[in-house]
Ligand binder design. Structure first.
Ligand code: IMP
Ligand code: MG
Length: 175
């Protein structure tokens, strides 16, 4: 992929905060009186996960996984492996996977299959962005921040070649 020349803002920090609060409200309602574990997918979900967790009105436990896909930095290539696993026991627990962006869906499919082996009570998905155009496997995004059809997005945790993660807004990179 060539180096990007320009970035165009898609959502401001304020717009993101508003949406994150709405998601946190729905999650808090749905899991009221339940024990919930959030599992964040590193590194991309670290900003979203911290804002989401702080807006919940229910007690939660937090854990993280890290997945690597062989191939280029902007597209997963289908061969995925876990480079950091969960540390909390999840058997009989409700799990909410927190991901930055769903693209082909291969990463989340792999993670769902991995988590199911531990016999959790339920596994749902919360993604900041659902990007539909390149979807290869069906994935149900139970809580979705923003839906877009295509484009390469950075900021608010999302990177291009490890850059831009620290930006408070979401940007569309132009190549
Ligand atoms: P998938 O396995 O194709 O669904 O890819 C998911 C992963 O690819 C995400 O967790 C991101 O790390 C990366 N990715 C896909 N699209 C974008 C994007 O637009 N910006 C930044 N990272 C992306
Ligand atoms: Mg990711």
């Amino acid at each position: 992929m060539p180096f990007p020349v320009k970035k165009e803002r898609l959502y401001s920090q304020r717009e993101i905060q508003k949406r994150v609060k709405e998601l946190a409200l729905s999650i808090s309602k749905d899991y009221k009186k339940e024990e919930l574990i959030l599992i964040g997918v590193l590194k991309g979900a670290f900003v979203f996960m911290s804002d989401l967790a702080r807006n919940l009105s229910i007690p939660v436990k937090l854990d993280f996984v890290r997945l690597a896909s062989y191939g280029s930095q902007s597209q997963s290539q289908g061969k995925i492996r876990l480079t950091k696993s969960i540390e909390l026991p999840i058997r009989d627990k409700h799990i909410l996977v927190v991901e930055d962006i769903v693209d082909s869906g291969l990463t989340l499919k792999f993670l769902q299959e991995f988590l199911m082996k531990e016999n959790p009570r339920s596994v749902r998905i919360c993604a900041l962005i659902d990007k539909s155009e390149r979807r290869e496997v069906p994935i149900t995004v139970d809580y979705c921040g923003f839906s877009i059809s295509k484009g390469f997005i950075v900021g608010y945790g999302l990177d291009f070649d490890e850059q831009y993660r620290h930006l408070p807004g979401l940007y569309h990179l132009q190549f």
